[in-house]
Design a protein around this ligand. Sequence first.
Ligand code: PEP
Ligand code: MG
Length: 562
Amino acid sequence: MRIIHGKGVSGGVAIGEARLLKKEHICVEDRAVDDPDAEWSRYEEALARTVTELEQLSAWSMGELGQGGAQLFEVHAMMARDEDFNEAVRSVILTRRKNAEYAVNEAAGQIASVFASMEDAYMRERATDMRDIAERILRHLVGGSERATVSADEHGGGMGDILCAYDLTPSETVQLDRSRVRAFVTGGGATNSHTAILSRTMGLPAVVRVGEALEHIRDGMLLAVDADEGLIYLEPDEATLDRLRGRMEDGARARAALGQYRDRESRTADGRLIEVCANIGRVEDVREARAVGAEGIGLFRSEFLYMGRNDLPDEEEQFAAYRQVLTEMAGRRVVVRTLDIGADKQAAGLSLPPEDNPALGLRAIRISLSRPDLFLTQARALLRASCYGRLAVMFPLVVSEREVVELRALWEQAADELRERGIPFAKEVEIGIMIETPAAALISDRLASMVDFFSIGTNDLTQYTLALDRQNAALDRFCDTHHEAILRLIRFAVDSAHRAGIWVGVCGELAADPTMTEALLRMGVDELSVAPSAVLSVRERVCRTHLGERAPVQMMKGSVLE
Ligand code: PEP
Ligand code: MG
């Protein structure tokens, strides 16, 4: 038995067979290009992203596993920058006027075959490395159409899969066959990356950042994952299996005990009523939300309808999805967030250009406002679905009043279009915004009069307040989610909302942090929206909390906000 270490980002224990995730083969076209210089720039951009990615993977592994762990990625970064390789790519693009994908494939193929024919076993292995690097560059060139699958014939017996991959994109995560997957193990990954959030939404144990140790896992190998401790046991012995099975039973008992909160109100011990709602990423997740008695859907990340495919969902498809969620929630509020593509969430159907700083780039409502056709399609689908339940809509990544004015105007335009076509929609659809940028929090007193509610997205609010890329696992140790700057922004947004007479929720991961429940309630938050798997434990926490009379909000590290 071997034990490897990582970081648990979604708790629990699972036992199953390892499934190494295979990336779908990227089809490389052989195409003549009119502008080889532009093609070379495209390549340079993809190369720069590849090198940054490899350097990050190397840093993660270094932090977790020391020099040995980081080596593989360091070597890959070096090989990607190698002059001979880049010269070969350059000559195919500039001299033979071919597309960058073809050039990368050709140059890497030639170098890999030279390695493969060498006598030295170590050098022969570099052929696989070269192919890996080429695939990474190709993925950056094709921009987000990456897709991973575990095909049906790869499925083993009745045990369930522990999915193992170097990295798993959010679009890959949402496409996984949930009936099979028992847990995730990845080489890289940050705590608040969308992939980690999705594993929590799916209620699956997940351990990230095992780095190079992933190499020890073979397909079909028996694995036991203890995500509470961040440990993976390879071919566990009987004693370990018994112990972990015991933990699984304890977990099942604890979950059963929480069952008593399923049909309870979310009311504090001294009588304050709030709502504990569920965050969902896929239409199917609504079943989980209902099963735990969520008081509503506080965040439906609608962008997942656009991801993991090459086309875009049309009005009919979106209408059907929103209608299903609203119908199943049977009159409970469903907050749908409009398209929040960008940064780590890419949609191939949008063909967005690569950016140097995607987290600060064309994402979320910036796409909606640049491509009103997209927003209007989504708005019409939402309005049509509004007849089937209690719909609320919110806009992500707002930084200014002007954006809200423009988005509301587009929303009205969609309503007018439906009116002209005689298509019915509900009179009352609440319109809210996410408070997930410091700018929005700081002008929340102005924004509050323009909308019906706020939902505080602490994941991005943390990223932008602390200037800390949420995707970068090497930064986890700098990521203080309880930083007083963030708490002050939340407090100000809550006060702004209440002064304007609107409700305010928290839908970022902080809402599920048990050490923060009391502080958020004391600030006056009206709704907490968390992964379905966390609804009952958060409700239990709320019910046990006694707020008392106007007590100050105790912040972390002993400080107090008045
Ligand atoms: C957030 O930023 O806190 C949030 C809820 O949105 P997402 O995690 O999808 O960016
Ligand atoms: Mg966000």
